[in-house]
Write a protein that binds this ligand. Structure first.
Ligand code: SF4
Length: 570
């Protein structure tokens, strides 16, 4: 059943008012892949009355007042993607399409959506209920940060929006606790996973460089990045950052959901459809990929420098139980639109399912090294056996004809599993690849890969050999699709030319899946972009900031005139 988005639906449930109203930059697709729907359903399970206002009109009161005022809080999110990333290309041009908007036209999600929606609430629906920011846009911008689109440092979004609280990360438990505490009339500022503004920081807080420090010396971002990285684990001290007379306090993150809690979240009832209120506006393209896809785990310890997933979901992978995943597959087969294909069985990185570093589980992620870079840590002990078994069982679910693994793989992780890695690859090729297996080497030049935190080209070539052997053994024509990046910090035009030569001579193709680096707030690569230094090593890094020269880097592999040609597979 959908959450109410109209007064009629509230009446049908016998709810004269709501405890929580969620306002989101995505349309309302009732799916576990849509944050507002997921949080709403979790709150509903805990007994709270929740409604959703999706992509409200921002010029007047019509949409934002539709469900009245909430008793407990407004929850505001920009949606599944940071609104500036959603609205602009890496060359800062307006995007025409939006996969989370009905009809596909990019005309419903405002720039800096969490600011706009909070202002909308304050202006047209003022109430004593606090405004709580959440989702990836709020998460990444919770402290002062460099903003590529305005090319300047920005304050914490909590202060710019004048919101009351900000929940960060995968916030189910924080949001439920917040609702309970507010319902009980208690002060929620001790909750893990919460940020708030205060006139004084708590005595135990670790002080970050202040907003004024950052403005006076942009290189202070380097120290800030190192501190936030080292102290953003469950059990860390609170962090505090002064902005003039106000402090933004970040409590330690909530621990990742354990398997049983994750199973319970994904076991909730979802329609896997666009809410009927929004259907007259057109189809939502994202549904093609998420309607019949299954999340097997959360978190990522890949820590690619340009990626925000670890910042949002955390560096600890938690996996669902096979029973829960199989039950979800059985539910999918009962859906009237299901035709036998599960589009994806995966997570942020498909082959991180089912194992984690025992040491990390005991004492948290290491502060001084990465799990996969420069090589796979010997403590990790990768084991693809749980995923092999899971996929075998999925193939036997009545009604499932095909279950694809469409999420990206870490081939270095696969190669490091000497016991089951090759068998996993064989199984993928035989049963779970729909013609193309996606891999993301991103580059092949050692100096660029070092800035990205990605494995070297030797691993890529070895994986390619194994893939081709598996393909030959299976007697199936399967291809690798390579995802590459231009204009990442550290990458010059000459590096792109070397990458092209490598691809021609060693991969025997010119890949065309090339994107220009986007400086998403708060990532390591964005700190490099803003400061010209690597925050981990302190070394100077070349940064290409000129849009024409960024485009020229991309054009080395994908000249504009031929970008649409279906090349790049082998
Ligand atoms: S011991 Fe190795 S695998 Fe475990 S958390 Fe530390 S770096 Fe990661």
């Amino acid at each position: 059943m959908f959450l109410p988005t109209t007064p009629e639906e509230m009446r049908a449930r016998g709810w004269p008012c709501l405890d929580v109203i969620l306002v989101t930059g995505d349309s309302y697709v009732d799916s576990p892949f849509i944050g507002a729907a997921l949080i709403g359903k979790v709150l509903l399970r805990e007994g709270f009355r929740v409604g959703i206002i999706a992509q409200p009109d921002t010029d007047g009161p019509r949409d934002i007042t539709r469900l009245g005022r909430p008793d407990l809080f407004w929850g505001v999110t920009g949606g599944s993607v940071d609104s500036m990333v959603a609205n602009y290309t890496p060359l800062n041009k307006r995007r025409r399409s939006d996969d989370f908007t009905p009809g596909g036209r990019n005309d419903r999600r405002p720039d800096r959506a969490v600011l706009v929606y909070t202002n909308l609430i304050r202006r047209f629906a003022p109430s004593p209920a606090p405004v709580v920011l959440g989702g990836i846009e709020a998460s990444l911008r919770r402290l002062a940060h460099y903003d590529f689109w305005s090319n300047r440092l920005r304050r914490s979004v909590l202060l710019d929006a004048k919101a009351d609280y900000l929940v960060y990360g995968m916030a189910e438990e924080t949001v439920v606790s917040l609702a309970r505490w507010l319902a009980a009339g208690e002060d929620p500022r001790g909750l893990n996973g919460l940020c708030y503004a205060a006139s004084q920081p708590p005595p135990e807080a670790l002080h970050l460089p202040s907003w004024e420090d950052l403005q006076a010396d942009p290189l202070a971002q380097l120290a800030m990045f190192r501190l936030t990285q080292a102290h953003s684990n469950p059990g860390s001290r609170p962090l505090a950052q002064r902005h003039a007379a106000r402090w933004v306090v970040q409590n330690p993150p909530a621990p990742p959901l354990a398997t049983a809690a994750l199973d319970a979240v994904y076991g909730l009832d979802f329609e896997r459809a666009l809410h009927p209120f929004y259907r007259p506006l057109g189809e939502v393209r994202a549904l093609d990929t998420i309607r019949f896809a299954i999340t097997t785990h959360r978190g990522c310890y890949g820590e690619c420098s340009f990626c925000a997933i670890a910042l949002h979901q955390g560096r600890t992978v938690t996996s669902r139980s096979p029973e829960s995943i199989l039950e979800e597959a059985r539910c999918l087969t009962a859906h009237p639109l299901f035709k036998g294909t599960i589009a994806d069985v995966g997570g942020p990185t498909a082959n991180m399912y089912g194992f984690e570093c025992a040491r990390k589980l005991r004492q948290g992620p290491c502060r001084d090294r990465r799990c996969l870079y420069p090589e796979v840590c010997h403590h990790l002990r990768p084991d693809h056996t749980p995923q092999i078994r899971l996929l075998e069982k999925l193939r036997r679910v009545p009604g499932v004809r095909r279950a694809f693994v469409a999420s990206g793989l870490r081939y270095d992780l696969l190669l490091a599993d000497r016991k089951a890695g090759r068998h996993y690859l064989d199984q993928l090729v035989r049963h779970h690849v729909s013609g193309q297996l996606k891999v993301a080497p991103e580059h092949t030049q050692a100096s660029v890969l070092a800035c990205m935190g990605k494995p070297g080209p030797g691993q890529l070539e070895l994986f390619r050999e194994h893939f081709q052997a598996a393909t030959r053994a299976a007697g199936k024509p399967q291809f690798l699709t390579y995802y590459l990046m231009a204009a990442h910090p550290g990458c010059t035009l000459e590096d792109m030319q070397r990458l092209r030569r490598f691809a021609q001579s060693r991969l025997r193709l010119i890949p065309e899946q090339v994107q220009i680096f986007t400086p998403t707030p708060a990532t390591a690569a964005t700190v490099m972009y803003a400061t010209g230094q690597d925050p981990e090593t302190g070394r100077p890094v070349f940064v290409e900031k000129n849009p024409q020269r960024k485009a020229a880097q991309k054009a080395v592999l994908a000249p504009p005139a031929t970008r649409r040609a279906p090349r790049g597979r082998r």
